[in-house]
Design a protein. Structure first.
Length: 170
């Protein structure tokens, strides 16, 4: 079982100006609540790649990359959905560099978990679906249109139109 990292103390890497290090860590991400449903993040321990560079003037340049899957109901057809998302995020932290160069995830340690969670949230689309072209449910009867693409109803206007046509040709 890999070891879970929530916070990581960058200082312990002992990097000097211009040096860098690549780290492979594992974070646990809490489920997302989305459109009234709960979506678990899998795997349980998400492998993340963290690139750390020590900049001049005691700053840090950081890059975080990972892919994670959200599991929950499709927002269109309610079937199980497990869309996967790629995350590639950057942070710069420069002590004394002003608000723009201050990372919200850097205190004494880097909050890898909070950063990963926010970065994944930014990567999510407006709708979580079983597949990009999920056809959803029939608004009249609730049938799953993915399973029944030719699904139709004899709607009232059509029936009236048919009657009208008959009258014309009589
Ligand atoms: Zn669907
Ligand atoms: Zn229907």
């Amino acid at each position: 079982m890999p070891q879970r990292t929530d916070l990581f103390e960058l200082g312990r890497l002992g990097l000097t100006s211009g040096e860098g290090r690549r780290l492979d860590l594992f974070v646990h991400l809490e489920p997302f609540e989305y459109g009234g449903s709960v979506y678990a993040v899998t795997p349980e321990l998400v492998p993340v790649r963290l690139d750390v560079s020590r900049t001049t003037a005691q700053g840090w340049a950081l890059r975080l990359r990972f892919s994670a899957t959200l599991e929950g109901p499709c927002m269109r057809c309610l079937d199980p959905a497990a869309p996967e998302f790629e995350v590639d995020a950057y942070e710069v932290h420069q002590p004394g560099g002003g608000e723009e160069l201050t990372s919200p995830y850097m205190e004494d340690e880097l909050d890898v978990e909070a950063w990963a969670r926010d970065a994944l949230a930014l990567a999510l689309p407006a709708q979580l679906t079983c597949r990009p072209d999920s056809a959803g449910l029939c608004p009249q009867c609730g049938a799953n249109l993915n399973e029944d693409p030719g699904h139709t109803h004899d709607s009232a206007p059509d029936a009236r139109w048919a009657k009208l046509s008959e009258l014309k040709f009589e």
